[in-house]
Write a protein that binds this ligand. Structure first.
Ligand code: ACM
Ligand code: ZN
Length: 557
C-alpha cells in the first residue's frame, strides 16, 4: 500500500518538499535501539520521494548503495547514490574530526540529511540509525528532524552461532550477519567444529568433511534422549562459501571469527582421523546407548570412531602427547587463517576432560618431559603451543575461560562464559576479555518462565529483561583493569535449535537487548524506556519476516 501511495505522491506540487517544514515531532518518533549517546530532536520532517538523491565520495559507494537500496525498498522508488555529485539531499561525508572509529553524526532537517563518520563503518552505523527513523505512518515516507552524535561503549559487540550441533545454510548465515549489522554489532563468532559435526572444508584433510560432517542419527528429545532419529544429518561450508560469507560480512562491517575447537569437542575430527585420539581403537561412546543403528553397525564392522549423535562433553579428546596431533591442527589452522581477515582465531579450549590424558602413555610422557605438574598444565601446554603457531601467522587467539587452567597463554584473549569470574581473573592478569556469561547471555536458555509453552531448550531461564539488566563491566575490576574488557557477546548453542526459524526465535528480541548493553552508555540504561522502543522494533522484525518471541511483548516475564 505504501508503494502505491508514493507513486501518487511523486506527481504532487513543487511545494511538496516543504510540506513537513514546520511539523512538530514527538519523542516517540525516535525509537532507536541501541540508544544513541546524544540526541536532539527538532521541528520538521524530511520527505523521501522519487526525487531524493544520495551523494558522497567514491570510497562510500558501498554505504551509499546500501542506503539507496534500503530507501528504494521501503519507498518503491528508484533511489540512487552518486559519487559524482555532492549536492544530494542526503549527503554521506567522511569527517576526520569525529574521534571514534565507529562513531557517526546524523543531521536530519526538512530538506537535507547529512551522515558523517570518521570511517565508512561509522557512516554505515549512521545509516542504520536513519533506517530506524523512517516513518510510514503519514501519507508519505518521512524522517523526523534530529541531530545525533553517537559512538559505541565497547569495541567488541558479538553474536556467536553454533553451526555444528545443527547446520544452517549460507543464505541464513548472511541473514544472521544482516541482523548483527542492523544492531550495530560488529562480530560474528562462527562455531565451526564440534563433536557432532565438522563444518568447514579443509583441503589437506578431506575426510574431515567426507566423514566428520555427517552423523548417522541424532538423539530425540532432551539429553540423554528417548531414542534416535536414525537419520543421517550434516553438511559443511566449502572454502568458496566461507569466502562468500566473509566478503558479505566485510561489506556489512562485520568481522567473522572462526572457532576451531581444541583439545576437546573433537569427536567429529577423531571419527575422520582416529590418530588424533589418545586411544584410536577405543569405540566412540554414545551416552546411555542412544546411538543410531547405522552408527552401531559401523562400529561393529571395525570402525570404532563415529561422529557423536548425542550432546554433552566427551572423554575422547585430542591427544596432547602425540606430535601428529599438533601437525594436524597446525595444518588445519594454516588453511583456516587465510580465509578470515579477522585478527582473532578462536581455538575453543573449553570442556576438555582429562581422563584419557591421565591414562595415555604419550600424554604422560609429554607431562614428564616438559616438567608439567599435571593434566591441567598439559592443557595449558597445548593452548600455548597452538597460540605460538597462530601468533607466528600474525593472528591472536581467543579461548573459552578454561584456558586459564594451568596458566594463560601469553597473548590470549579470554571469553568468560562460566559466569564472570574467568573474565575478572584474566583482566587482572592484564589479558583482554570478552564477557559472555551463561547466566545472562546464553540464548539457548528458555526466555520465558512458562517453559511448558516454549520450544524445548537446553534449560535455564534468561529473559529479555535479564539480558538488558546485565552489566558487562564487572564491578570487581579497578579503573585501570577495565580497559581489558573489550566487550560482550551472546552465544547460541544449537543442540535444541534445529531450524533457522527457531534460531530467529531464540535471538529475538534478546539480541536487541544485547545490542543496547554493548553500544550504549550505562547511564542511559532504563528498562521501561527500552521496552517502549522495543515495541516499535517488533514492527521491524515483522517487516523483515523474522520469527521472534512475540509473547515476550505480551506475557509477564
Ligand atoms: C561453552 O559453553 N562450553 C563455552
Ligand atoms: Zn594422549
Amino acid at each position: 500500500m505504501r508503494i502505491a501511495f508514493l507513486m501518487i505522491v511523486s506527481f504532487l506540487t513543487i511545494s511538496c518538499s516543504n510540506k513537513y517544514k514546520d511539523t512538530v515531532n514527538t519523542a516517540q518518533e525516535y525509537p532507536i535501539i541501541p540508544k544513541p549517546l546524544a540526541m536532539e530532536i527538532s521541528t520538521g520532517k524530511f520527505l523521501v520521494d522519487a526525487k531524493t538523491k544520495i551523494s558522497g565520495e567514491e570510497s562510500l559507494e558501498k554505504e551509499g548503495t546500501f542506503l539507496a537500496e534500503l530507501l528504494g525498498a521501503v519507498s518503491g522508488e528508484t533511489i540512487q547514490f552518486s559519487s559524482e555529485e555532492s549536492n544530494g539531499d542526503i549527503l554521506l561525508k567522511l569527517d576526520e574530526t569525529i574521534e571514534n572509529e565507529e562513531g557517526y553524526e546524523l543531521l536530519v532537517t526538512y530538506n537535507k540529511i547529512v551522515i558523517s563518520g570518521k570511517t565508512p563503518k561509522g557512516i554505515f552505523y549512521g545509516i542504520q540509525t536513519l533506517r530506524q527513523l523512517i516513518n510510514s505512518d503519514l501519507e508519505d515516507l518521512t524522517i523526523p528532524a534530529v541531530t545525533i552524535k553517537d559512538n559505541p561503549r565497547f569495541v567488541y559487540r558479538g553474536m556467536h552461532l553454533d553451526v555444528a550441533r545443527h547446520f544452517f545454510p549460507v543464505e541464513f548465515i548472511k541473514k544472521y550477519i544482516d541482523l548483527i549489522a542492523m544492531h550495530k554489532m560488529n562480530t560474528f563468532h562462527w562455531h565451526l567444529t564440534e563433536d557432532q559435526g565438522w563444518r568447514i572444508e579443509i583441503k589437506k584433510y578431506p575426510k574431515l568433511t567426507e566423514i566428520g560432517a555427517w552423523r548417522n542419527g541424532t538423539i530425540i528429545g532432551h539429553h540423554p534422549g528417548t531414542g534416535n532419529t536414525e537419520t543421517k544429518y550434516g553438511g559443511f561450508y566449502t572454502q568458496e562459501e566461507v569466502k562468500e560469507v566473509v566478503k558479505y560480512a566485510t561489506e556489512n562491517h562485520v568481522t567473522v571469527i572462526p572457532e576451531i575447537e581444541l583439545p576437546g569437542h573433537g569427536s567429529a575430527a577423531i571419527a575422520a582421523y582416529p590418530f588424533l585420539s589418545c586411544f584410536p581403537n577405543e569405540p566412540t561412546k554414545v551416552t546411555k546407548d542412544m546411538g543410531s543403528k547405522a552408527g552401531k553397525e559401523i562400529q561393529a564392522n571395525g570402525t570404532p570412531k563415529i561422529v557423536q549423535e548425542t550432546w554433552g562433553v566427551f572423554d575422547d579428546v585430542f591427544c596432547g602427547g602425540n606430535e601428529e596431533t599438533f601437525h594436524f591442527l597446525e595444518n588445519v589452522l594454516a588453511e583456516v587463517m587465510p580465509l578470515f581477515p579477522s585478527e582473532y582465531i578462536h581455538i575453543g579450549g573449553d570442556e576438555c576432560p582429562k581422563g584419557n590424558w591421565k591414562k595415555c602413555p604419550d600424554c604422560q610422557k609429554r607431562i614428564k618431559d616438559n616438567n608439567l605438574k599435571d593434566e591441567h598444565e598439559l592443557q595449558s601446554y597445548f593452548i600455548q603451543r597452538i597460540e605460538k603457531f597462530v601468533n607466528a601467522n600474525g593472528k591472536k587467539i581467543i579461548g573459552w575461560d578454561e584456558i586459564l587452567e594451568g596458566g594463560l597463554a601469553p597473548n590470549a584473549t579470554v571469553m568468560s562464559w562460566r559466569g564472570t569470574e574467568g573474565g575478572i581473573v584474566a583482566a587482572k592478569q592484564k589479558h583482554d576479555v570478552i564477557m559472555t556469561p551463561n547466566h545472562s547471555l546464553y540464548f539457548d536458555h528458555y526466555q520465558h518462565k512458562d517453559k511448558d509453552n516454549e520450544p524445548m531448550a537446553i534449560g535455564g531461564l534468561t529473559t529479555v529483561e535479564d539480558v538488558y539488566n546485565y552489566e558487562p563491566m564487572p564491578t570487581e575490576l579497578r579503573a585501570e583493569e577495565q580497559k581489558y574488557v573489550l566487550g560482550t557477546q551472546a552465544n547460541v548453542w544449537t543442540e535444541y535449535i534445529p531450524t533457522t526459524t527457531q534460531v530467529e526465535y531464540m535471538i529475538l528480541p534478546r539480541m536487541t537487548a544485547l545490542s543496547e548493553i554493548a553500544w550504549s552508555q550505562p547511564a542511559s540504561k532504563d528498562w521501561e524506556d527500552f521496552s517502549e522502543r522495543l515495541k516499535h522494533f517488533s514492527e521491524v522484525y515483522e517487516e523483515m519476516g523474522l520469527n521472534y518471541a512475540k509473547h515476550t511483548f505480551e506475557r509477564k516475564q
